[in-house]
Design a protein around this ligand. Structure first.
Ligand code: ADP
Ligand code: MG
Length: 326
């Protein structure tokens, strides 16, 4: 028997706030509350009208997609998402369009943004941060193996599922890179997470290393509770982007006292302004900070195929941990 969708808790809670209006529906889904908003899209909780399955629906207004370039950008986001199957990368389920919207139907990450998770705890314990960071690195390693760079890794684009596993989302700036020159043309991302090489608008070396810089910023933010390069006193709020970049390139990181020596040594090899001298993922994955702090199985050491199998089986590492234990 099919569940009675209209008595699903999410639907009841939503309807209670808007008593006399019918639920808006796109195709098979009822659209409920807004889960989050980025620069380009609004993401709503959707619930399947027949099966009650919860999904996230990323809605992009057609009117903002007013030229070929923007159209191609959305198509690229969808195409890239469709090639990625990893336990810590959001799954693409479907796409649709209406006369007002393009819609991308995604796996629902019910635990919210890592940003809010950190704020709620002020900063994370090393063991919790290390588990989340291992999941981030696993997802990034996998996409880089598939020649895809994310280019907008930040706390707002990292979500948690209901088991508090990390889910990487928002491939709106992602692109394929070319192994031969590791070069990408477009300047993008968010200043506080942006690698210094993004300053040089010639775009040299802007490749996988830029994602690693952002991972360093994210790891620092989890352990510190604030961003490492966000408060240039001469340039409040990073308003002048050129100034912010110059500040980032010349400012040594200063660590709050709760951050351990092992964590500092890992952060120090990621937050290296020169992309050629920055640690690669293999170096990061071997760092002793993981060995000390991550008690559960990590996906390090698994092949792309094994990671995909794991994603097909379900988005949890517990299964893997159990397999390893036997
Ligand atoms: P934009 O490209 O506009 O930044 P995002 O894809 O980052 O759009 O989505 C905006 C926000 O919506 C995210 O920061 C997050 O809060 C929320 N969100 C996005 N995807 C999901 C999802 N799959 N599950 C739950 N919330 C999501
Ligand atoms: Mg976003």
């Amino acid at each position: 028997p099919l569940p009675d969708v209209l008595s699903h808790p999410a639907v009841v809670a939503f309807s209670a706030n808007r008593p006399n209006r019918p639920l808006p529906k796109f195709g098979a889904y009822y659209m409920l509350q807004t889960l989050g908003e980025g620069e380009f899209a609004k993401v709503k909780l959707g619930i399947h009208s027949k099966y009650g399955e919860e999904v996230a629906v990323k809605l992009i207004r057609r009117e903002v997609v007013d030229n070929e370039t923007k159209m191609a950008k959305i198509a690229r986001e969808i195409e890239i998402l469709d090639t990625l199957k990893h336990p810590n990368i959001v799954r693409l389920y479907d796409v649709f369009e209406t006369d007002k919207f393009f819609g991308i139907i995604l796996e629902y990450a019910s635990g919210g943004e890592l940003f809010d998770h950190i704020l709620a705890h002020r900063y994370l314990k090393e063991r919790d941060a290390a588990k989340l960071f291992a999941q981030l690195i696993s997802g990034v390693w996998y996409m880089h193996q598939k020649n895809i760079v994310h280019r907008d890794l930040k706390l707002e684009n990292l979500l948690l599922d209901r088991h508090r596993n990390l889910i990487i989302t928002d491939f709106g700036f992602a692109n394929r890179f070319n192994h031969r020159n590791n070069l990408m043309e477009t300047m993008c991302g968010s200043p506080a997470y942006a690698a210094p090489e993004l300053v040089n608008s010639d775009g040299l070396y802007v490749g996988t290393a830029a994602d690693i810089w952002s991972c360093g910023v994210i790891c620092f933010a989890m352990l510190a509770g604030f961003l490492p390069f966000d408060d240039d006193p001469t340039n409040p709020d990073g308003e002048d982007i050129t100034k912010l970049y110059a500040y980032i390139a010349r400012t040594p990181v200063s660590y709050p006292e709760q951050i351990s020596d092992d964590a500092r040594s890992l952060l120090a090899v990621m937050l290296v302004p020169n992309p050629l001298a920055r640690a690669d993922l293999a170096t990061i994955m071997r760092h002793r900070w993981f060995a000390i702090n991550v008690r559960e199985a990590t996906t390090f050491g698994l092949t792309v195929k094994e990671l995909e199998k794991l994603a097909e089986d379900g988005p949890t590492l517990r299964r893997l941990a159990a397999q390893r234990a036997t």
